[in-house]
Design a protein around this ligand. Sequence first.
Ligand SMILES: [Zn+2]
Length: 608
Amino acid sequence: MACIRLRNAISHLETPPPHSLRMQPRSQTKQRPAGRFCDRLPMPLPLTADREAKLQKAIVERLSTWRSTTPKFPEEANVTNKLTPEHLQRRAIIYVRQSSVIQVLQNRESQLRQYNLAGYARELGFVEVETIDEDLGRSASGLVDRPGFQRLVSEICEGQIGAVFCLEASRLARNGRDWHHLIELCGLVGAVLIDPEGIYDPRVINDRLVLGLRGTMSEFELGLLRQRSVEAIRQKAKRGELHFILPVGLCWVTAGKIELNPDIRVQNAIHLVLQKFQQLGSARQVLLWCREQQITLPALGYSEGAAHVYWKLPVYSTILAILENPLYAGAYAFGKTEARTKVVAGRPQQTSGHPKPREQWTVLILDHHPGYISWEQFEQNQKALAENAHRHSRLGRQSGRGGPSLLVGLLRCRRCGRMLQVHYGHRSIRYRCMSGNIKQGLPMCIAFGQVRVDRAVSREVLQAIQPLAIEAALEAADQVQRGQHEGTRALQLELEQARYEARLAARRYEAIDPENRLVAGELESRWNRALLRVRELENRVSQAEQKSASAPVVSREDLLALAEDLPSVWESPSSDPSLKQKIMRILIEEIVADVDDGAQEVALVMHD
Ligand SMILES: [Zn+2]
């Protein structure tokens, strides 16, 4: 082929110029500037066989020099010529990666193909072949640490690697930084990248272009996929149809709706926590009560991909998770947390689960499904929790934590707007506005004694609640009775479940052939353990029943009598100061205080 083409080229060159040009009259060519090549073109020599042979020889010589000086001659750009014996003497690395754990577990075919590249490497002539598969289940987006990729890079730097094999070039990196760094290093040490599509030598400018494009495409592809899936998730969530893992006590039913868990024991436990919070007013108090009563709460566990409920004594976060989750109030909420990225040691690091303020939640649909409490109750709980958090800011009102001063966290300075602090002196307790003084060195705003102010505010409050005291006393009597039953009820349900589990263990034991001693022995010991648990719970239930029976009975008459004489109950040294602080917080939003220096008076404005 080459020879024919050459011959044609020669014959074209040697052919005399077209007749029309040669025979143009002088007048038409006159305007052309002198010295153009066509004017000086020598007359073509006749093409003899001898001359043709000479020309052919000259061209072949020129081509062969070109070939030896230019390695990128098209015929050489095939697969085999890019792999030199030097490459084959070095090691080959097979890089195996899949982006997620689900892919690793389910898409075994792709994994197998990646491992099979080792055979391909040996076929090509590599003797030493190493597989790096530490990055199975890790994304190549650049946000996750990839120990395998880092090892790959460091081994390439050592110059001992001849080729890197992967199923697609994009497995190596889906972010520009890692990808171009890798190509750069391979180019420097003379390693090639090999995938089933071909061999790429980053030192060859064309290959480098192709590799660069592939890297860009793969980064773009990842971005596009992510954008599409995020948008699809958002749209589905906006309709309230996106399924996610529900907290314990709620479950998805077949019609794609959320319902309360049909297990009455689970329902009862969630109700108990929510009721106790309303009663005790603090998550920590609920925790202490549960711990004291040895009440276990349900939690979700996972085994073999399926969720199951198990029971454990609560910790603080268990209680908080129930109180703060809007799903328990019948609301569908999605996008409550966000991921944040920061750069650590030159690499991006992503952390997730940072809570967002409610106005920034992606989706919030009220009355989406049956809940354990109403939305109004949920809002009240959040407000109480926020106040309990007792933030360091001097700008918001704070909850009471016991202590002798009644109005702590409720008094605001009229002069600077900050909350007053309590100062415990040797002889007296005083309310003072000190924040400006402490933080900015300003003169102290106001200060006054605690006793008279507390007494004056108490008088006002008692006057306001006196008419309701009798009603409250009757409600309290009911609550005392209910409270005695709550702890016992949780235990009774636990006992019921333990009895069921014991019956189940018995049935399993009876179903097995007694001759099968190994299995029968294990099932028998399980049955025994279940029976022991039943006995232990029976004891605890009877103890709890005895305890509630022997508890001092608070009669309605006593409570009514107390309600009649509210002021003396209030002033009694035995009354609980934190309870009094709580009552103050229910009735009073805040009190703005100022001191009239001239008249030696404290002016209080109560907001309720
Ligand atoms: Zn002040």
